[in-house]
Write a protein that binds this ligand. Structure first.
Ligand code: FNR
Length: 350
């Protein structure tokens, strides 16, 4: 047996520790599992065209994400049920992120209050689902602003929740009070109040910006024309995402969507991010070259939280950064902002 990369050991180690339904929930994709299954391979399908004889003695991975300084362009995606991975849930996740001087997205379904998150001092962005009863959304936004959220991430790929065919959803039977929806405002809400709004249009971007005074990032865009609509409506950022293959199954891999989106909004000042299947430094290098300012990781952060709590999350981020640093030297570039699309190609797809 050869030496196994630590990141590659995480999922199996997490599966040992987690209740089976939780593991399956974290891991699941929607419907036939096409998108979740091909995400990582789509990144690995790119090939590099490295430059040589460039001075790469000093690599500087630091950047800003909507004004927030980070040590490396690797952030943690919003996800749920952190308290099932670690008793301290989102707080442990935030501490790990903070130790790596990164930033995180926090799900509007989080099991930790925004005030508690704010008290960690770690930069965080609120991920929001706009629900049918806008009073709920308004109060949640206000609480997030109060808790120091630095941006609002509007998830737009979920007018309805993706259909799951495995038994990951049995997890909902295990959820204890306080592990989920810690930020749902008090009230006698009906299922209809809480259902996701399926009548949104780009005006919601301006509404969110006005309500919060924060930059708005639209998550779940896979097309250049949609990215342009978001830019025109005042978005500050886009996350190219297919929700980790949990929404419309068969949606194109983000590795394929990113170049079109980056090109569509080039010159607008809008920041482009990407997530989905990113597991290695080389995948991050590819994403940055294709126009992403930073990437998000989803499931690997959940595995790392399960296995090693905040120290595990910090190690995941620093290990990925070390891989990125190494591959930057090999491609002949010392800063993320100097990477350009000509550094990657897909010969076997042309
Ligand atoms: C998610 N994701 C997600 N996205 C979002 O906008 N709001 C949410 O509440 C959640 N919840 C959630 C739960 C779990 C268990 C997972 C795995 C994912 C999607 C997430 O933000 C991100 O888009 C993907 O996870 C990225 O893909 P990878 O890195 O997991 O392959």
């Amino acid at each position: 047996m050869g030496r196994m990369r630590w990141i590659d050991t995480l999922e199996a180690a997490a599966a040992e520790k987690l209740p089976e339904a939780v593991y399956r929930y974290f891991r699941q994709g929607s419907a036939g599992g096409v998108s979740v299954g091909e995400a990582t391979a789509a990144w690995s399908a790119y090939r590099f065209r490295p430059r040589v004889l460039n001075d790469v003695s000093t690599i500087d991975l630091s950047t800003t994400v909507l004004g927030v300084p980070v040590d490396s362009p690797i952030l943690v995606a919003p996800s749920t049920l952190h308290r099932m991975a670690d008793p301290d849930g989102e707080i442990a996740m935030a501490r790990g992120v903070g130790a790596a001087r990164s930033a995180l997205g926090v799900s509007s379904n989080a099991g930790t209050t925004f005030a508690e998150l704010g008290a960690t001092g770690v930069p965080w962005w609120l991920q929001i689902y706009v629900v049918r009863n806008r009073e709920i959304t308004r109060r949640m936004l206000d609480a997030a602003v109060e808790g120091g959220a630095r941006a609002v991430v509007l998830t737009v790929d979920t007018p309805v929740v993706g259909r799951k065919e495995d038994d990951g959803d049995t997890v909902w039977g295990l959820v204890k009070p306080g592990q989920l929806l810690a930020n749902l405002p008090d009230g006698d809400w009906t299922d209809d109040d809480l259902a996701k709004a399926d009548d949104l249009n780009p005006d919601v971007i301006g509404w969110l910006a006005e309500r919060t005074g924060l930059p708005v990032v639209v998550k779940g865009v896979l097309r250049g024309d949609d990215a342009k609509r978001c830019a025109d409506a005042g978005a500050a950022g886009i996350i190219v995402s297919n929700h980790g293959g949990r929404q419309l199954d068969g949606s194109i891999p983000t590795a394929q969507a990113l170049p079109e989106v980056a090109e569509a909004v080039a010159g607008t000042g809008l920041e482009v991010y990407v997530d989905g299947g990113i597991r290695r430094g080389e995948h991050i290098l590819t994403a940055l070259a294709l126009g992403a300012r930073a990437v998000f990781v989803g499931r690997p952060a959940l595995w790392a939280l399960t296995v090693g709590s905040s120290a595990g999350v910090a190690r995941l981020l620093t290990d990925l950064s070390a891989e990125l640093d190494h591959s930057m030297r090999l491609i002949g570039h010392s800063t993320p902002s100097s990477l350009t699309p000509d550094l990657v190609t897909t010969p076997h797809l042309n």
